[in-house]
Write a protein that binds this ligand. Structure first.
Ligand SMILES: NCc1[nH]cc(CCC(=O)O)c1CC(=O)O
Length: 339
């Protein structure tokens, strides 16, 4: 009997702990297939490191409802603001964003709890007939290849690639989710579209990629392929820190420092990619140009970087140093040339 009640006592304890840990964390997410895929993956990881179940809370952002071109509605923050509002109002406990959609300035009270390990940062071509970019323009024999992208950064680098080869290419501004964009190619309305490799991988659609666009051809957007987990509560942020990948965080901090410094000085397309050339050296490549591709400034900076508590400061310094060199080389003159 004694034995049984002791056993019962254990079970009650266990149940109480179980109940405490069963309070679900509310994870705010956009509703797009890509956002849901990313949030589902993060949700499983959050449960693994916190022991708590996660419930997805769908939030509609302005970027999801507006039909306007992103360059028109301002771009920065349109996919993010509604999620951040929900965090600050306590309607959700954490939010998952694509890091490249995250404005460089964070509002007071939000913590960047984790930057998980980055997926493939490269852009990807999804072209008709399984073609790569050079095969596409060759096959069209002087008729301009029609390539869909709404991104000034992608337009600038596609146009620069084409003019360096005397290839005929026309960028067509498009918007919409991954399905819609690939649909233009399937329907024969466009010869190709450019999308982020990471998004296609996360959606299980990597087989539709006909060419990975290496940085020599196209440097990705700052933060592309990486996710950001934001929250308000410091204890939760500390627990979610287990999902942080220090080398990824340092890389995206460098890329975003470059973006922030250039945003102040120009509104031209900006690309940035930081890669680890050794475990203690980060290389940052930055591109600023005009949408027509006529001017493309491209520079690289290397910095020794130790992944300790000063890592973010070192990465920021690397981004700022490269931005200063780009501005000195004329990046500021590209100001206002956004198309
Ligand atoms: N602006 C939309 C957006 N934000 C993040 C991604 C892709 C996923 C990522 O970069 O992590 C995309 C779609 C795309 O560019 O194809």
């Amino acid at each position: 009997m004694n034995h049984q009640s002791a056993h019962q006592h254990d079970r009650d304890d266990h149940l109480m702990n179980g109940q405490e840990s069963a309070v679900p964390l509310r994870l705010g997410t956009r509703r797009s297939a890509l956002a849901m895929a990313q949030s589902g993956m993060v949700a499983r990881e959050v449960t693994r490191v916190t022991g708590r179940p996660v419930e997805l809370v769908e939030i509609t952002t302005y970027g999801d409802t507006s039909r306007e071109a992103l360059a028109q509605i301002g771009g920065t923050g349109v996919f993010v603001s509604a999620l951040r509002d929900a965090l600050l109002e306590g309607r959700i406990d954490l939010a998952v964003h694509s890091l490249k959609d995250l404005p460089t300035a964070a509002p007071e009270g939000l913590l960047l709890a984790a930057v998980p390990e980055r997926e493939d940062a490269r852009d990807a071509l999804v072209a008709r007939d399984g073609l790569a970019l050079d095969e596409l323009v060759e096959k069209l024999a002087g008729h301009p290849a029609r390539i869909g992208t709404g991104s000034p950064r992608r337009m600038a680098q596609l146009n620069a690639w084409a003019s360096a080869r005397g290839a005929a290419l026309e960028t067509v501004p498009i918007r919409g989710n991954v399905d819609t964009r690939i649909g233009y190619v399937a329907a024969g309305e466009l010869d190709a579209v450019v999308l982020a490799t990471a998004g296609l991988n996360r959606l299980g659609r990597s087989t539709e990629i006909t060419q990975h666009l290496d940085p020599e051809l196209m440097v990705p957007a700052p933060g592309q392929g990486a996710l950001a987990i934001e929250c308000v509560d410091a204890a939760l942020a500390a627990a979610l820190g287990a999902l942080d990948h220090a080398p990824t965080r340092a890389a995206v901090v460098a890329e975003r420092a470059l973006l922030a410094a250039l945003e102040a000085g120009c509104s031209a397309p900006v690309a940035a990619l930081a890669t680890w050339v050794s475990p203690k050296e980060l290389q940052l490549e930055g591109v600023v140009g005009t949408v027509d591709g006529a001017t493309l400034l491209r520079m690289t900076a290397n910095g020794p970087l130790v992944l300790d508590e000063t890592a973010e400061r070192q990465a920021t310094a690397l981004g700022h140093a490269l931005a200063a060199r780009l501005l000195e080389a004329g990046a500021a003159n590209l100001m206002g040339e956004r198309a």
